[in-house]
Design a protein around this ligand. Structure first.
Ligand SMILES: NC(=O)c1ccc[n+]([C@@H]2O[C@H](COP(=O)([O-])OP(=O)(O)OC[C@H]3O[C@@H](n4cnc5c(N)ncnc54)[C@H](O)[C@@H]3O)[C@@H](O)[C@H]2O)c1
Ligand SMILES: [Zn+2]
Length: 360
């Protein structure tokens, strides 16, 4: 069992990573009314969780969200809050998110709003949520006009990662999670990037020792960045490498049609091409990123029908736009990132075109 701490003063919490659930989870729900939010593909894991918790909670109610990004909306939030009221949860109740980022984001937001804030625990079951969304306290639902536009910062009380959960995760969802793992190497840790180059096949084959190392390393980087900059006024922006391009892809394709991680994978290549054109990345480093994305099973281009010009207005809608200026995270070599706010339209179009016409 690996343990990491997210140091945020009185809002600090632990992340536990291992095979099987840690007994402290039982203590965290002891004597409390609990609502577990989950989805149909997690039915087996939900049964295991219920048996594990046994009679520790005072009561346990299950709430099933529909599958997919479309479930992260205000209507489902209202239905979930209705369930909390009917289950008689007071502010001393406990919400548990058992699922991927969709379940985690809406559950976290319900916990932030319900009775002006209550405790919740993240049990992330996708690789993406285990290395990224379950930690850091960003919670949100989507509006029809844009993704994650209604949300709050609300940290969980604990995050428990059981590596067994990944056994049932489809391959394309594994690849999507690996995009975020690669991102950590690019922005913060050249040695980790190199380790990923050596171990990508084993990770995709779900080798538990390798996964445990990859998840713990990713989360240690994220926890460190969040502890420095909880509300994204500075260094936390580095976690958005590839995301401004990626969000344009997701919006253009309709949310959920391209997986978030797939869009981020292609977006990182666009950011890397832009960095190369500015002399911040050399040819060999750029090639290594293409090769690692390929080894992770990620797309090496954006959607074929999407022209570079279609990216720009969607990128300008991104939350990272400040005073009309697009702020882009770019890799500086492998293992470091910088934010630039002077990228010209011509540079951005050229970087997208470079990815779309690259031959790998
Ligand atoms: N809050 C944050 O900081 C943050 C960061 C990154 C992404 N996100 C959000 O996360 C969401 C994407 O999350 P995701 O990639 O985990 O997708 P997801 O939550 O939609 O899960 C993907 C699919 O896999 C299924 N699933 C989950 N765990 C499974 C398992 N163990 N076995 C089999 N099936 C399983 C789910 O039911 C779903 O159908 C997006 O909404 C994105 O905005 C949030
Ligand atoms: Zn992401």
């Amino acid at each position: 069992m690996k343990r990491l701490d997210v140091g945020l003063g009185e809002r600090s919490y632990s992340i536990l990573i291992g095979l099987g659930l840690h007994p402290s989870l039982k203590d965290q729900v002891q004597g409390r009314s609990v609502v577990v939010v989950s989805q149909a593909p997690l039915a087996g894991h939900l049964q295991t969780l219920k048996s594990f918790l046994g009679d520790a909670p005072k009561s346990l109610t299950c709430f099933e969200l529909p599958n997919g990004e479309g479930a992260k909306n205000l209507g489902e939030l209202e239905r979930l809050i209705g369930c909390l009221i009917e289950a008689g949860l007071g502010r001393d109740g406990m919400l548990i998110a058992l699922g991927g980022g969709v379940v985690g984001d809406i559950t976290g937001f319900a916990a932030a709003c319900y009775q002006r804030g209550m405790d919740f625990i993240q049990l992330p079951t996708t690789l993406l949520s285990q290395v990224d969304s379950a930690v850091g306290g960003k919670t949100a639902v989507n509006h029809p006009l844009g993704k994650n536009l209604i949300g709050a910062f609300h940290q969980p009380q604990a995050v428990h990662v059981d590596l067994h959960w990944l056994d049932t995760l489809p391959d394309n969802e594994m690849s999507a999670g690996l995009a975020e793992v690669i991102k950590y190497g690019v922005i913060a840790d050249a040695d980790f990037f190199q380790w990923l180059e050596a171990n990508m096949a084993g990770l995709r084959a779900k080798d538990k020792t390798l996964l445990s190392h990859a998840i713990a390393t990713s989360l240690a980087i994220k926890a460190d960045i969040v502890a420095q900059d909880e509300r994204e006024q500075g260094v936390r922006a580095h976690l958005n490498l590839g995301h401004t391009f990626g969000h344009a892809i997701e919006a253009n394709q309709g949310y959920g049609n391209w997986l978030h991680g797939e869009a981020v994978g292609a977006g990182m290549l666009m950011a890397a091409e832009l960095a190369k054109s500015r002399g911040m990345l050399d040819d060999e480093q750029l090639m290594r990123l293409y090769r690692l994305n390929k080894a992770a099973g990620l797309p090496l281009k954006g959607p074929a029908q999407m022209t570079p010009e279609q990216y720009l207005p969607l990128m300008m809608r991104d939350k990272k736009v400040l005073a009309g200026k697009l702020r882009l995270v770019l890799p500086k070599g492998l293992g470091q990132a910088v934010v630039v706010s002077d990228a010209t339209e011509a540079e951005i179009l050229a970087a997208i075109a470079a990815v779309q016409t690259a031959n790998h």
